[in-house]
Design a binder for this molecule. Structure first.
Ligand code: AMP
Length: 120
């Protein structure tokens, strides 16, 4: 397992403005945008602007200010997206987690009943 950050990953390119995105919210340390292949009526990705690979990498290395900004932004999105009936937050990490893009992100999913947590 490597935590070497690849600056050519697609979310790094979005952060540099090289690829467009449908922005939901942007703060000093955080960007949120609509997933390009939504798996639910609401499917928003939240990413830190810093170069972190996974949840564990971000939780271990980000500053308190980055961590607070990221989670407050998630809370604002959840409040504004009309998810009163419920939602799910997922973060995939590395191979076993099925991570496709090696820049830490949370998926915020909702807008319909999401079914079981994992397919069996
Ligand atoms: P993960 O498997 O957790 O790494 O999820 C990566 C997510 O990024 C997938 O749900 C993709 O649909 C999404 N994605 C990939 N490229 C883009 C893009 N250019 N804009 C928005 N979402 C994207």
């Amino acid at each position: 397992m490597t935590l070497t950050y690849d600056p050519q990953n697609i979310f790094a390119r979005i952060l540099r403005g090289e690829i467009p995105n449908k922005t939901v919210k942007e703060t000093a340390h955080t960007l949120a945008f609509h997933d390009i292949r939504p798996l639910a009526p609401v499917h928003i990705l939240v990413i830190p602007k810093g170069a972190y690979v996974t949840f564990g990498d971000f939780a271990a290395k980000a500053s308190a200010e980055e961590i607070a900004d990221f989670h407050r932004t998630c809370a604002a999105i959840i409040a504004e997206a009309g998810l009163d009936a419920g939602y799910r937050v997922i973060s995939n990490a590395h191979d076993h987690g099925g991570q496709e893009v090696p820049h830490y992100h949370l998926h915020i999913l909702g807008g319909a009943a999401l079914g079981p947590m994992l397919a069996r």
